[in-house]
Design a protein around this ligand. Structure first.
Ligand SMILES: [Zn+2]
Ligand SMILES: [Zn+2]
Length: 342
């Protein structure tokens, strides 16, 4: 879509970055906006909330931030992304009840169980597909190998591979959340020695989305660390314990509410009172585990609670997710790991 050189309404010359005509205020991309609105509404009508969100976000990029349309569409995005959060479970219940109504009592119980299993399976398969999808992207694979190389020299290859995979799973948590909300982003790029980054092509429309996307990384990362811990318990191999320990530590570090870290995104949705609640959880986790990293997280959280600009509207899921993550990840850092070989 090329930027028009002249306003179609008044003929004023338009700079390529303008979204509205400076003299008559006509929206430069009004035709494109109409098209996007129609597609988004159709998608919403068909129940494809993610596609609808994607359409509205594209429209948002073409509107001046101070326009009334921008406000209306932002509100629509906030509304739809709430539906995305609760939508799948509502859908599942609907399917379940219709199936149950058809069967006899005994069969319906089995049917309900099978249905649950099917949903679990579909869930696992979707995640697996997503992970493979990310791996096949050339840049991601290359930068991941580069990252693995840097760690290799320090820790030995088994640990290096485990660490890079843990970080990869963490990043795919963000990617999955972004996809769900229809937010465009790049595939994760691995930076040797630092971790990985995803560049967003669009931004979450509100603190709630920001928190969901931000905390999805540590949530998936926790899953990877717990899987490594389970492997450690099953096999007794020290390297699994080291990977789980590292996973606990690195995801906990990411929960520090400063700068661009995931914790800062999570905190964006918390009210001042909720932030103090998070501070209390972090302090408690420190009392229990004595993990030094928690002191850093605690100081940053207290600063964000005391001086940071907080929203008025409470976001209970964000606080629950944050507190849960701090608690379980702190416990993972207590895993006694045999000295890393070499
Ligand atoms: Zn004009
Ligand atoms: Zn992250």
């Amino acid at each position: 879509m090329a930027a028009p050189a002249l306003c179609v309404q008044c003929g004023t010359q338009l700079a390529p970055t303008l979204l509205a005509c400076p003299s008559c205020q006509r929206l430069v991309y009004s035709e494109e906006l109409k098209r996007l609105a129609t597609t988004a509404e159709q998608a919403a009508h068909a129940g494809d909330w993610t596609a609808a969100l994607g359409g509205w976000r594209q429209a948002l990029d073409l509107l001046p931030p101070d326009s009334s349309q921008h406000q209306i569409i932002s509100a629509r995005i906030a509304e739809l992304s709430r539906v995305v959060d609760g939508g799948s479970s509502a859908d599942a219940t609907r399917h379940g009840s219709s199936k149950l109504a058809k069967g006899t009592a005994g069969a319906s119980v089995v049917g309900a169980l099978l249905l649950k299993f099917k949903f679990a399976l579909v869930f696992v398969l979707t995640k697996a597909k997503l992970l493979l999808l990310g791996l096949t992207k050339g840049g991601t694979l290359f930068s991941m190998l580069l990252s693995a190389g840097a760690y290799w020299t320090m820790w030995g290859w088994k640990f290096a591979v485990g660490v890079v995979l843990s970080i990869y799973v963490h990043e795919m948590g963000h990617v999955q959340a972004l996809q769900r909300y229809g937010i465009k982003a790049t595939a994760p790029m691995f930076i040797p020695g630092i971790g990985a980054v995803i560049r967003l092509k669009q931004y979450p429309a509100n603190p709630r989305e920001d928190a969901r996307v931000g905390l999805a990384g540590p949530l998936w990362g926790l899953g990877a660390a717990l899987a490594a811990y389970a492997a450690y318990l099953a096999t007794g191999l020290g390297v699994w314990g080291a990977i789980a320990h590292f996973g606990g530590w690195v995801n906990l570090f990411n929960l520090t509410p400063v700068w661009q870290l995931d914790g800062a995104r999570g905190f964006r949705a918390l009210t001042q009172a909720q932030r103090w609640g998070a501070v209390a959880v972090i302090a408690l986790a420190w009392v229990v585990t004595k993990e030094g990293l928690l002191l850093l997280v605690l100081v940053a959280a207290a600063a964000a609670a005391g001086w940071g600009r907080a929203p008025q509207e409470r976001d209970q899921p964000a606080l629950l997710q944050y507190g849960f993550l701090v608690g379980v990840l702190s416990l993972l850092t207590r895993i006694g790991v045999p000295t890393v070989p070499r």
